[in-house]
Write a protein that binds this ligand. Structure first.
Ligand SMILES: Nc1ncnc2c1ncn2[C@@H]1O[C@H](COP(=O)(O)OP(=O)(O)OP(=O)(O)O)[C@@H](O)[C@H]1O
Length: 586
């Protein structure tokens, strides 16, 4: 968005109550702001992190009831009731998140329905909260003598909070923790291999969404001056999700657009439809149902995507030229035994994919793992990097047993990898994808990102990402979207990302697959250069010429077992290997 768009919009929303706008529209605008706060949480949680929640209305209820109960029963000031409401929402989100966020597929949305119903039921049946009647008589807020008891008084506060929240989310998404959250939607394997705790960031997104909902509830209670259970029920939870999806669940401004459309159209329909049909009822729900199906079919990215086309975008300025380098790990001494794979075994049910395989990698060596399709090479990679648990055997890294450690912990020890099937975030730029690799070498958290206190570190991180891209000859493509790259450059990008972790051992799964002849040459040169710098490499590769010209040692696998290990010359001379590759008897 252009520099002036946001401040101009913010100024209009702050000053709107001073304009001769009818009260009705001020009220509508307040509701849009309140809804947008909740929908914004869903953009982060559902659109960005890929976690669907139908239960956000319950968090709105927690904020609303905390404000109502404390204000009416104890007379505590609004800022204290806000702190309590948000605190309760955080605790509830942590508890529910810990219980449900490890669920995958449709279990998570089902769980959100379950706890959404349960929390709402609890609100409606608690004596102290007035049961179904709720709580009345919440005193009006006033700050520094300004009366916020009227719609016109409250409007600037609602919109200031909503717009600050939007700004916070925008900043978050363009930061170290934000990129980790953006990676969640694409599965956990790659993110974990970059040292990211995916569960922690799922929980972070969940808690942030709950906080936004609770703040909306607090404002709602002070606007209505009363609370009752119905606006916090599962219907409303579905409606919030509907707003986010309609507006564009992947866009911050989609939350605002969706909220505005739902609020304004709902109101019109509530009047119009009963008149047209000659009978009373909530017919707008049917219309919304149809609209949602049509939008999902024809504009799955939501209606904001039509506006986003015209909204100006900013590419990140290259402001990191003189940034200090990130800290580097001490290189292992040449010849040090780095990786020891000791009789590792992996069984998938009855299939023994890796059968007591042993080999080692010393510092400064390039070791290649070759073998026909299905020989167990990728599975061996997954055992070394902690993606799969070992059935038996041991993996040692510089003498330390690492079998059973989570892959993010193994990554942080200095083992980094690429994947046979490229794993990336297609909607992020090449540079951002590579910056994910530097996650473990940087520290900025959510709050620092929202307050933009992370910029110095970000510059260092991006300088490192560009350096690694330049190393593999891809600096010119750094601002392209990763998803737009051809397969070859995507593979190279993965190597740059793995290098950005500052590894001591690099595991490359078929790095030359999909590369053109001259690209393979260039890649081999890069790998030789890395070796000359003291890097150790373990690679799976099908291209024999590529391997033989590069590797110090070759391990040949067949049907899950190690067939032979030796120098490229020894392996090439082996009749067993020829038999395995050519399919002749041996
Ligand atoms: N998650 C899994 N569940 C069940 N079987 C699996 C799983 N992953 C791999 N396998 C099986 O284990 C065997 C080894 O597979 P793996 O992918 O490790 O072989 P590979 O040598 O890397 O082959 P390719 O070069 O074709 O990738 C295959 O028979 C494969 O079908």
């Amino acid at each position: 968005m252009q520099r002036w768009t946001f401040p101009a919009f913010a100024a209009v929303m702050m000053l709107l109550p001073l304009a001769p706008v009818p009260d009705f529209w001020i009220t509508q605008s307040i509701y849009i702001g309140l809804y947008a706060l909740v929908a914004l949480g869903l953009v982060l949680l559902t659109g960005v992190a890929g976690l669907t929640s139908f239960g956000q209305a319950a968090f709105v209820g927690i904020g609303g009831y905390a404000a109502a109960y404390l204000a009416t029963q104890t007379g505590l000031p609004p800022l204290v009731t806000l702190a309590v409401g948000v605190g309760l929402a955080v605790l509830t989100a942590l508890l529910l998140g810990a219980l449900t966020l490890r669920m995958s597929g449709h279990y998570l949305p089902l769980a959100t329905i379950a706890w959404g119903l349960a929390l709402n039921y609890a609100m409606a049946n608690t004596e102290a909260l007035g049961k179904y009647d709720g709580l009345l008589g919440i005193p009006a807020m006033s700050f520094f003598g300004v009366d916020l008891g009227t719609g016109r008084g409250l409007h600037p506060l609602v919109w200031a909070i909503a717009l600050l929240a939007a700004l916070g989310v925008i900043r978050l998404l363009d930061s170290r923790p934000g990129r980790a959250i953006r990676a969640l939607k694409h599965g956990s394997t790659m993110a974990e291999a970059m040292g990211i705790s995916t569960f922690r960031y799922k929980l972070t997104a969940f808690v942030l969404a709950a906080v936004l909902a609770a703040v909306s509830g607090w404002l709602f209670a002070h606007f209505q001056r009363s609370v009752s259970p119905s606006p916090f029920g599962i219907n409303k939870g579905i409606e919030y999700l509907f707003m986010a999806v309609l507006g564009g669940v992947g866009h911050v401004w989609g939350a605002f657009l969706g909220s505005a459309i739902v609020r304004l159209v709902e109101d019109e329909l509530q009047v119009l439809l009963p008149q047209l049909l000659g009978t009373s009822g909530s017919f707008e729900i049917i219309v919304f149902g149809i609209v949602l199906v049509v939008v999902l079919k024809f504009a799955p990215d939501g209606l904001w995507s039509f506006f986003a086309r015209w909204a100006p975008t900013v590419t990140r300025p290259r402001d990191w030229a003189d940034a200090a380098p990130l800290p580097q790990r001490q290189r292992p001494a040449a010849g040090e035994r780095l990786l020891e794979v000791d009789a590792v075994r992996k069984q998938f049910g009855g299939l023994v994919a890796v059968n007591d395989v042993s080999f080692a990698v010393d510092a400064g060596q390039i070791v290649a793992l070759i073998g026909p399709n299905g020989a167990g090479k990728s599975t061996t990679f997954n055992l070394v990097t902690g993606v799969l648990p070992l059935t038996a055997g041991a993996v040692r890294w510089r003498g330390q047993a690492i079998g059973g450690m989570p892959s993010r912990a193994i990554a942080r020890l200095g083992i980094s990898r690429t994947f046979q099937h490229v794993k990336m975030i297609p909607e992020m730029t090449v540079l951002e994808n590579v910056a994910l690799g530097g996650y473990g070498r940087t520290k900025a958290g959510v709050l620092q990102a929202m307050l933009r206190l992370d910029r110095a570190e970000e510059r260092r991180l991006f300088a490192e990402a560009e350096r690694q891209l330049a190393r593999i000859g891809m600096a010119a493509q750094m601002h392209e979207l990763a998803g737009n790259l051809a397969l070859g450059p995507q593979r190279l990008m993965e190597i740059a990302r793995a290098l950005a972790t500052d590894p001591a051992l690099l595991l490359l799964d078929e790095p030359a697959a999909g590369l053109r002849h001259h690209e393979k040459h260039a890649l081999a040169e890069v790998l030789r250069q890395l070796k000359a710098e003291g890097m150790s490499l373990l690679l799976v590769e099908h291209d024999m010429d590529f391997v033989m010209g590069l590797a110090d040692r070759v391990v040949v696998m067949e049907f899950g077992t190690r067939l032979i290990e030796g120098t490229p010359a020894e392996v090439q001379a082996s009749p067993e290997v020829r038999a395995a590759y050519l399919g002749t008897e041996h």
